[in-house]
Design a protein around this ligand. Structure first.
Ligand SMILES: [Zn+2]
Ligand SMILES: [Zn+2]
Length: 284
């Protein structure tokens, strides 16, 4: 449901402010002892010991896992707060880490790659990072998608219909503001081709571009979540996509009780705003 009038409610545009405090940040370079021992690191010179400085991207067990085996990917040694502000090189290394951890968990029924940015999106630490979550059984959202994309693929069909709401189209990869958005300015990133798994580097670039556009329209303190729906085990016939959910409003009784998602911004308007947004140049 689209209900634009609701954007005038007090607090509907409220955002949280994040404090940058690198001196106590467990994810900053030099603070390796503040995390559990790393499971993998990228960019450290050969022969350097684990849990020492000199890395580019570091993967550590989540200290407070919701799901056993949950890991955190730390996006770079410096205290950068937004995925949108990572350099091209760091985006590539982060993408390498996502791909490597998906392979490492190939025994899992499905491994989620997700980013939570900002307290309103559930991030407890400011330093840009992502979550790797291996599930022993495919969760309900993945089961539902398996039905939708096998056989006559709903996403192949939908991408044709959503052409007018395309925000970015590069390397066969589309960023759209779908008509079925649950959140205002929701974005989906999906390939034109019916492909089971992403080119991770292109996905990271497209996500950073999407977040830069969102911040250009909605402000730099925007909180958002992203979940990558890459293929679950045993599903070669799959159409991967990523969903980005800006957290401008809070789900209430209509959403939680009736299952009706009310968005305060028409997806056509969102697509126009984001297409014409001029994101700041990516660093590096
Ligand atoms: Zn930090
Ligand atoms: Zn498809």
């Amino acid at each position: 449901m689209v209900a634009p009038g609701r954007s005038r409610r007090p607090g509907a545009q409220g955002r949280t402010t994040r404090l940058a405090d690198a001196s106590t940040c467990p994810f900053c370079e030099g603070h390796e002892a503040m995390t559990p021992p790393e499971v993998q690191a990228f960019g450290r010179p050969p022969g350097a010991p684990p849990d020492s400085p000199g890395w580019r991207v570091r993967v550590v067990p989540n200290k407070f896992p919701a799901i056993p085996g949950q890991e955190v990917v730390i996006h770079g040694p410096a205290h950068v707060l937004s995925f949108a502000d990572l350099s091209r090189g760091l985006l590539r290394t982060t993408a390498d880490a996502w791909e490597a951890r998906r392979s490492a968990h190939r025994e899992a029924a499905w491994t989620m790659v997700a980013v939570n940015e900002g307290p309103a999106a559930g991030a407890s630490l400011d330093h840009s990072h992502s979550q790797i979550v291996p599930f022993t059984d495919a969760p309900p959202a993945v089961e539902a998608q398996a039905e939708a994309v096998s056989g006559e693929c709903a996403l192949c069909w939908a991408l044709g219909v959503e052409d007018a709401r395309t925000v970015r189209h590069e390397d066969g990869l589309r960023t759209i503001a779908p008509a079925w958005s649950r959140f205002a300015y929701e974005l989906w990133i999906a390939p034109d081709a019916h492909a089971a798994d992403p080119g991770w580097s292109q996905l990271a670039e497209a996500l950073a571009d999407g977040v830069r556009r969102l911040r250009a329209v909605l402000g730099p303190d925007l909180a958002w979540n992203c979940v990558v729906y890459a293929s679950p085990a045993g599903h070669a016939n799959w159409h991967w996509h990523a969903e980005v959910w800006p957290r401008l409003t809070v789900a209430a009784s209509a959403e939680l009780g009736a299952g009706l998602w009310i968005t305060i911004v028409d997806p056509d308007v969102a697509a126009d705003d984001l297409r014409t947004a001029v994101p700041a140049d990516p660093p590096g």
